[in-house]
Ligand binder design. Structure first.
Ligand code: PMP
Length: 759
């Protein structure tokens, strides 16, 4: 420490300075005792422009301290009357300076009472009020990667975050920043702000904030960023961060009136600062693996990000507005929304729940309504890799801004995506047609089958559903046999559901499957004309999540083919790794279909679907008539499809479905042992069904109980659907990012609901 001591003695005239090294992020910091006084000594690597910003900082500190010199560190002049002293060390030229030392306890070590939160908000506002009257061109010209206005400077550092489940949260909030903050940022009032009121920079005495240090991150930026940064750190580790934030905001706004447009961004600004922190920590850790200070708030930041995603931004904005004495945002009543809908939308479209939910946003397995509630989504398998997954959204946004056209032109996306997707199939399935809905896909599948076989009859599964086109309705027992259905058409044959729980054959060793297949064979023998196709899902969703009996397809497919037909697997629900142990549902039955229908998860909510088939069948379709879909296979859809496959791989979601699905199944099995009303737990991976019965002997479907559970769960902010011919099966098919903690919560809530329903 010779050089430090020499500078302090020779340049700053400090007598016999005693030096202790402190932590520092991007400069060296020392505590210095000399002649009964205490100072901070800082040494910076002399980078370009640093001198003017450090001088700017000193000017601001001097101006701030004019009112009270015990609140802010005061720069100490050297023997020449300057704040900065250049020093040449062995390694590089450095700039040094000395500041007065502020006594006090760090906010990090204090008990975070409500009174302290209030004092914190008040302190920040009074400091910002003082800063409103100070200008400094050097600070205004500063560009810092700790300035929320320049969050995107940290974006490349996302790559240094290793864990995919964390990385995607950061990607999500970067996307939200671009969507919600960037376009409004230039409209916000600006100020000099401290920009780093973290709990290791703020000093307290009891329940009072007494001072603040380290103005090194000071920038000229939207005023609201001051509060956002301060809140980011103080909220870490709080059980109810929104409520705690309210105390700080209230006190701040009592000094500086806040505006709606500022307060409404706070939720996203806090998220942005958290992301900035973890990104920069991930990057800096690579650069300086031994610097502990870098990751001082990293785990706290991660925990808060993971908590933050479960907070509805509407709830946060309303709570923050309330704290700032601003009016809540105006929303329509449910009745007004229903009336508006009734005007233009047919009643043939249903709405879930007797009190409908109006959604305002979503993130991964969570959905946010416009009343401020966050729902855990356990039933939507369309946002397969998670609602609004940033990688998928960005793929679509980006391609839409570059090119969107149709398959009559050449473009790489179609070839790239087709190759990637077909790679997921066994060799014979090597041709693909793109359309825009599962319905259009199953319709096309039947056209392919008819073209290939020249037959017109179709066999479909009891309780099956394949879509909303005329042809799809014809082959969906769920529709033609359900409410408003006109019954089965003559060209349709209905196969009995090979159900081993409630059906006629119940053995699980494959003999039930064989017996069911035999029945179908006999049925075919009695039917005069051959079939063009047999279509079924591997696990029949609308039938109540019924896995086809083991070996059923193994016995049936050869029979269908022998009489001249083709076999179609509808993978709209079961495909893309949801089942955990298999990527496609047909794999669990050990068969290879001739045609596969894909939909829902393929585009994570973007309207795309596909039909995959063999060379021979595709050739039979080439009869001169063009197949054209205006939107099917467009570059945007292909880019989105590719992103879905990328995310599935990067986040290992098939394995995750397997792990979490197995865990969830075991929890549900435990529940089954507690309640005789749970007759069966079935399915695979994250495609499960819980069959509710009156008693395990009769297996009589308990529709009322299923309805009660569904509604009670809705009241506890869990979205769950019911299905099956008697609507008594709880259907669980969440976005694949659904995790074990979500599974615990779901099963605990079902348990409570069962208890209250049964009494
Ligand atoms: N097949 C199955 C098995 C389905 O579940 C659905 C949709 N629920 C469809 C086809 C039709 O898909 P879409 O709604 O995209 O037309």
């Amino acid at each position: 420490m010779d050089i430090e001591k020499k500078v302090l003695q020779d340049e700053f005239r400090l007598i016999e300075p005693k030096i202790k090294a402190l932590y520092g992020y991007d400069c060296k910091n020392y505590r210095v005792d000399s002649d009964g006084r205490r100072y901070i000594f800082k040494m910076y690597r002399d980078d370009q422009g640093l001198e003017s910003t450090l001088n700017g900082e000193s000017n601001v500190l001097e101006a701030l301290s004019q009112r009270d010199s015990s609140v802010f560190p005061l720069p100490v002049k050297n023997k020449n009357g300057s704040y900065l002293t250049p020093v040449v060390t062995e390694s590089s030229p450095m700039l040094t300076r000395v500041l007065t030392y502020l006594e006090g306890t760090f906010l990090a070590e204090a008990d975070h009472t409500e009174a302290l939160a209030h004092s914190f908000g008040d302190f920040l506002a009074r400091m910002d009020q003082q800063l409103m009257n100070i200008r400094d061109v050097a600070i205004e010209a500063k560009r810092s990667n700790w300035d929320l206005q320049h969050l995107l400077l940290s974006e490349p550092h996302i790559d240094f975050i290793r864990e995919p489940t964390r990385k995607k949260l950061v990607q999500y909030y970067f996307l939200q920043y671009k969507e919600r903050v960037l376009p409004r940022q230039h409209l916000l009032r600006k100020n000099l702000i401290h920009n780093d009121a973290n709990d290791l920079n703020v000093l307290v005495n009891g329940e009072k904030v007494t001072g603040i240090i380290d103005f090194g991150d000071m920038v000229y930026a939207p005023l609201i960023n001051e509060l956002a940064v301060a809140l980011t750190y103080i909220l870490m580790g709080k059980d109810d961060p929104v409520q705690y934030a309210q105390h700080v905001i209230k006190a701040y706004s009592e000094v500086i009136e806040l505006k709606n447009e500022e307060v409404d961004l706070l939720y996203y600004l806090i998220a942005s600062r958290l992301c900035m922190s973890v990104c920069n920590a991930a990057y800096s850790k690579r650069q300086q693996p031994d610097n502990e200070y870098i990751s001082v708030s990293e785990e706290g930041a991660w925990s808060l990000i993971e908590h933050w995603i479960t907070i509805n931004p509407v709830q946060a904005a309303d709570a923050f507005r309330k704290a700032a004495s601003l009016n809540p945002s105006v929303v329509r009543t449910t009745q007004e929304d229903l009336d508006r809908r009734k005007k233009h939308i047919s009643k043939a479209l249903s709405i879930s729940y007797s009190t409908p939910i109006k959604m305002s946003g979503a993130a991964f397995q969570y959905m946010y309504d416009n009343a401020g509630n966050t729902y855990l989504d356990t039933c939507n398998n369309i946002p397969h890799v998670g609602h609004c997954h940033p990688k998928v959204v960005e793929a679509g946004q980006s391609k839409m801004a570059q090119l969107n056209t149709n398959t009559r032109y050449l473009y790489d996306e179609l070839n790239d995506y087709s190759a990637r997707l077909l790679d997921k199939f066994p060799a014979p399935l090597n041709k693909i047609f793109f359309v825009n809905s599962g319905s259009a896909a199953s319709d096309l599948a039947i056209r392919l089958a008819m073209a290939h076989t020249s037959f017109n009859n179709i066999m479909a599964m009891e309780h099956g559903y394949h879509g909303n086109t005329r042809m799809a309705i014809d082959m969906s027992h769920y529709k033609y046999g359900g409410k408003g259905g006109k019954g089965k058409q003559e060209y349709i044959l209905q196969a009995n559901l090979p159900d081993t729980y409630r059906g006629t054959h119940t053995q699980n060793d494959g003999s039930a499957g064989e017996a069911y297949a035999k029945e179908v064979t006999q049925q075919l023998q009695q039917f005069a004309d051959p079939l063009a196709a047999f279509i079924s899902e591997p696990i029949v969703g609308c039938g109540g999540q019924i896995p086809l009996a083991k070996d059923y397809l193994k016995h049936l497919y050869p029979v269908i083919r022998q009489q001249g037909g083709v076999c179609i697997s509808d993978e709209v629900q079961t495909g893309f790794g949801r089942l955990g142990n298999h990527f496609w549902g047909f794999e669990m039955h050990g068969v290879i279909p001739d045609i596969v229908v894909l939909g829902k998860p393929i585009g994570n909510g973007h309207p795309m679907a596909a039909v995959v088939t063999t060379d021979a069948i595709a050739e039979s379709f080439e009869n001169g008539m063009e197949f054209f879909s205006s939107f099917g296979g467009n570059p945007v859809s292909c880019a989105i499809g590719l992103a879905v496959l990328d995310v599935l791989e990067q986040e290992a979601l098939q394995q995750h479905a397997m792990d979490v699905g197995t865990y969830l199944t075991s929890l549900l099995e435990t529940l089954r042992n507690e309640f005789i009303q749970i007759g069966d737990v079935r399915g695979s991976g994250l495609f499960l069904g819980v069959d509710l019965v009156h008693d395990p002997q009769s297996r009589k479907p308990n529709t009322t109980l299923a309805g009660r559970i569904k509604n009670e769960l809705r009241d506890k902010f869990i979205l769950l659907s019911t299905d099956g011919p008697a609507d008594n099966v709880l259907k669980i098919k969440p976005p694949l990012c659904f995790n074990k903690a979500n599974a615990d919560h779901l099963v605990d809530t079902i348990r409570q609901a069962m208890r209250s329903a049964i009494g």
